[in-house]
Design a protein around this ligand. Structure first.
Ligand SMILES: NC(=O)C1=CN([C@@H]2O[C@H](COP(=O)(O)OP(=O)(O)OC[C@H]3O[C@@H](n4cnc5c(N)ncnc54)[C@H](OP(=O)(O)O)[C@@H]3O)[C@@H](O)[C@H]2O)C=CC1
Ligand SMILES: CC(=O)C(=O)O
Ligand SMILES: [Mg+2]
Length: 631
C-alpha cells in the first residue's frame, strides 16, 4: 500500500546533484539551519537597498494548497557562530519589517498533489517502469495526437518524474507529441485546451513590476529561460500568448534530451498583444486583446524583462529567444549578446543543426563545403542564420574571407532571388546575401539558373518544393541534398515521399518535422529530422556546466561538429544524415562537452578549474527522473 505520511528530506529539487555540480541547488556547506527532515514552505529572503528583508514568496504562493516548496536561498547569511540567519531576521533592526514564516512537512495528501514529488501508485514499491508501460498503453490508445499531447501535459502536472521517464524512454515516439508537429496544433488550440498555466506570462500590464513577477515564480535557481512573444510560432504565424506551448515544449526537451533539471527551467511568454484577427475575436483567447505593441513600448518591456532576469537570476542564466518575428529577433540577439548570456534557437541553434547535417552529408556526396552551391527558399531567421554559419565554417576551412564564402550561398525570399539591385529595400540581415545577379522571381528559375547542390527550405510555406523543383535538382545532381526545414509538417516545403519519388530515390533528405520511412522501388529510405532539438539541449548543458558567460559562434561550430561526428555508416546506409533520437542523451553529453571545451578555450567559461573529462562531467550533471526514496 502507498504510504501517506512520507516526509521529504530537505535537498535540492533534483535531489541528485553533488555539491560540486553546477546543477546543485546550493552548496553543501551552506545548508540552512532548519531540521533536515523538513522542507521549507515558501520562504526566501533578500535585502532591499535599505537593508530591509524582502520575502521572495509567502505561503499564498503555494500552488493549489500543495506543499510546493522552495529551497532556502543559497545566498543566506551565515552568522559568525555558525548559525544561519536564513531569513535575515537576526540581522534586521527592530524598526525593520520582517515577514513571519514557518516550516512544514510535505506529506500525505499534499505530497501526492506535488508534481515534483508525487510517485502515484509507486510510493511503496519501485514501480516506475510499470507505470511507464501502463501510461504508454493508455497514450497509444488515443488516435488523435492532440489527445496524446494533453495526456502528456496532464502527466507533467501530476507526476513530473514519470513524465520525464516516459519521454526519455520513448523519445522517438513521444517527441512528435510534445514537440513539432503536435505542439503547433496545441498552440493553435491553446485557448480551448488550456487548463493551468505552465509558464510565466509577462504582459504589458506588468510593465514596471517584472522583477516582482519573476520573484513570484516558485523556483529560485533558474538556469535556462526560453522566452517567446508568440509572433512567429513555427510556420504558423502570430499566435499571441498561445505560443506558450513552445517554451514549455522546448524546456521539456532541455530536461529530457539535455538533462537540465526541470526546476531550473523557466518558460516565459511576453504578451504584447497579437495581430491575429481570429485570436482577437476569439472569446476563449487568453492573452491581451489588443494589437501588438511595437517600437519603444516593445523595446522598453523587453529591456525591463532582460534586466529583471539578470537581477533575479544572475549573470549566468541562459536566455533562449524562441519564435520571435525576424523584425525583433535579430535586434534582440544583437542588443543582448553584449550584456547577457543569450542564444536565439531559430537563428543559431538551427544553423548549428543544419551545418551538422551538411558536414555529415558531405561524407556521402563528397567534396568540401566550398565545393558546393547552396540555395535557400526563405531568407529570415533560419535561412540567413544557417547561411552565415555555413559561410563562417567555409571561411575557416579554406581561409577565404567570409565575404567570399557568402558568394556560394543564394537566398530567395517572397519577392524572388536576393540580388544587389534589391539591396536598398532589403532588411539588414538580408543585405550580405545581395549578390550581383539579374533579378529572378521564382524558385524554379533560381534553381535552374544557380544549379545548387543543396536546397534548403526555410520559408514557413508548405509544398513550395514542387515536382519541377525537385526534378530540376535531381537533373544536375547525382545526390541532391534537399532539406525541408519548415515546421510543423503542414508547412514542410515537401514531404519525404515527394523528395524521394521525384528524385528517383537519389535525394538526401531531412525535414524539420518528422516523416515516416518511405518505400521507393523496393528500398526503404529513413528521412532524418533536421531540427534544432538536436542542438539546443546539449548546447545549453555545455553552457551551463562550464559557467559560460557568453555564447560565441565557435561554440555553435563545435556543437555542429559534435553532432556530425555521431552519424554512423549504418545511419548513412538508411539515408540518414543525423543520428537517431534514441541516443540523444549521449549525443547531448558529447555536444555539451565540445561546447564547454570551446567556452574554456575562448576564456568564456567561469567554472574553474575545468573538469578533466568533460563528457563524463556532462553525464554526471544530467538530471535523471528516477524516483527517490522518502523518509
Ligand atoms: N527545423 C528547424 O529546426 C527549424 C525550422 N524553422 C522553420 O523555418 C520556417 C521559417 O522560420 P524563420 O526563418 O524564423 O521565419 P522568418 O519569418 O524569419 O523567415 C521566413 C522567410 O521566408 C520567406 N517566405 C515566406 N513566404 C515565402 C514564399 N512563398 N516564397 C519564398 N519565400 C517566402 C520570407 O520572405 P520575406 O522576407 O520576403 O517576407 C522570409 O524571408 C518556419 O516554418 C519555422 O518553423 C525555424 C527554425 C528551426
Ligand atoms: C524548430 C523551431 O525552433 C521552429 O520551427 O521554430
Ligand atoms: Mg523556433
Amino acid at each position: 500500500m502507498m504510504s501517506l505520511n512520507s516526509s521529504i528530506f530537505l535537498q535540492n529539487k533534483a535531489g541528485i546533484s553533488s555539491s560540486s555540480s553546477p546543477f546543485s541547488g546550493r552548496q553543501r556547506g551552506s545548508a540552512p539551519s532548519v531540521p533536515s527532515s523538513l522542507r521549507v514552505v515558501a520562504v526566501n529572503s533578500n535585502r532591499d537597498r535599505n537593508g530591509s528583508v524582502l520575502m521572495e514568496s509567502t505561503l499564498k504562493d503555494v500552488k493549489d494548497g500543495a506543499a510546493s516548496v522552495i529551497d532556502v536561498d543559497s545566498k543566506s547569511t551565515v552568522a559568525p557562530g555558525g548559525a544561519h540567519d536564513v531569513y535575515g531576521e537576526d540581522a534586521a533592526t527592530e524598526e525593520q519589517v520582517v515577514t513571519p514564516w514557518f516550516v512544514s512537512v510535505a506529506s500525505g495528501y499534499s505530497l501526492l498533489r506535488d508534481p515534483h514529488h508525487n510517485k502515484g501508485l509507486a510510493f511503496s514499491e519501485k514501480r516506475e517502469d510499470v507505470q511507464v508501460k501502463k501510461l504508454m498503453h493508455i497514450i497509444r490508445q488515443y488516435q488523435v495526437p492532440l489527445q496524446k499531447y494533453m495526456a502528456m501535459m496532464d502527466l507533467q502536472e501530476r507526476n513530473e518524474k514519470l513524465f520525464y521517464k516516459l519521454l526519455i524512454d520513448n523519445v522517438e515516439e513521444m517527441l512528435p507529441i510534445v514537440y513539432t508537429p503536435t505542439v503547433g496544433e496545441a498552440c493553435q488550440k491553446y485557448g480551448s485546451i488550456f487548463s493551468r498555466p505552465q509558464g510565466l506570462y509577462i504582459s504589458l500590464k506588468e510593465k514596471g513590476s517584472i522583477h516582482e513577477v519573476l520573484r513570484n515564480w516558485p523556483e529560485k535557481n533558474i538556469q535556462v529561460i526560453v522566452v517567446t512573444d508568440g509572433e512567429r510560432i513555427l510556420g504558423l504565424g502570430d499566435l499571441g500568448c498561445q505560443g506558450m506551448g513552445i517554451p514549455v515544449g522546448k524546456l521539456a526537451l532541455y530536461t529530457a534530451l539535455g538533462g537540465v533539471r526541470p526546476s531550473a527551467c523557466l518558460p516565459v511568454t511576453i504578451d504584447v498583444g497579437t495581430n491575429n484577427e481570429n485570436l482577437l475575436n476569439d472569446e476563449f483567447y487568453i492573452g491581451l486583446r489588443q494589437r501588438r505593441a511595437t517600437g519603444q513600448e516593445y523595446a522598453e518591456l523587453m529591456h525591463e524583462f532582460m534586466s529583471a532576469v539578470k537581477q533575479t537570476y544572475g549573470e549566468k542564466v541562459l536566455v533562449q529567444f524562441e519564435d520571435f518575428a525576424n523584425h525583433n529577433a535579430f535586434d534582440l540577439l544583437a542588443k543582448y549578446s553584449a550584456t547577457h548570456l543569450v542564444f536565439n534557437d531559430d537563428i543559431q541553434g538551427t544553423a548549428s543543426v543544419v551545418l551538422a547535417g551538411l558536414v555529415a552529408a558531405l561524407k556521402v556526396v563528397g567534396g568540401t563545403l566550398a565545393d558546393h552551391r547552396f540555395l535557400f527558399l526563405g531568407a529570415g531567421e533560419a535561412g540567413t542564420g544557417i547561411a552565415e554559419l555555413i559561410a563562417l565554417e567555409m571561411s575557416k576551412q579554406t581561409n577565404m574571407p567570409v565575404e567570399e564564402a557568402r558568394k556560394k550561398i543564394w537566398l530567395v525570399d517572397s519577392k524572388g532571388l536576393i540580388v544587389s539591385s534589391r539591396r536598398e529595400s532589403l532588411q539588414h540581415f538580408k543585405k550580405p546575401w545581395a549578390h550581383e545577379h539579374e533579378p529572378i522571381k521564382t524558385l524554379l528559375d533560381a534553381v535552374n539558373d544557380i544549379k545548387p547542390t543543396v536546397l534548403i527550405g526555410t520559408s514557413g510555406v508548405g509544398r513550395t518544393f514542387t515536382k519541377e523543383v525537385v526534378e530540376a535538382m535531381a537533373s544536375f545532381n547525382e545526390k541532391p541534398i534537399i532539406l525541408s526545414l519548415s515546421n510543423p509538417t503542414s508547412q514542410s516545403e515537401c514531404t519525404a515521399e515527394e523528395a524521394y519519388t521525384w528524385s528517383q530515390g537519389r535525394a538526401i533528405f531531412a525535414s524539420g518535422s518528422p516523416f515516416a520511412p518511405v518505400e521507393y522501388e523496393g528500398k526503404t529510405f529513413v528521412p532524418g529530422q533536421a531540427n534544432n532539438a538536436y542542438i539546443f539541449p546539449g548546447f545549453g548543458l555545455g553552457v551551463i556546466m562550464s559557467g559560460a558567460i557568453r555564447v560565441h559562434d565557435d561554440m555553435l561550430l563545435a556543437a555542429a561538429e559534435a553532432l556530425a561526428a555521431q552519424v554512423t555508416q549504418e545511419n548513412f546506409e538508411k539515408g540518414l544524415i543525423y543520428p537517431p533520437f534514441k541516443n540523444i542523451r549521449q549525443i547531448s553529453a558529447d555536444i555539451a562537452a565540445k561546447v564547454a571545451a570551446k567556452a574554456y578555450e575562448l576564456g568564456l567559461a567561469t567554472r574553474l578549474p575545468p573538469p578533466k573529462d568533460l563528457v563524463k562531467y556532462a553525464e554526471s550533471c544530467m538530471y535523471s527522473p528516477a524516483y527517490r526514496s522518502y523518509r
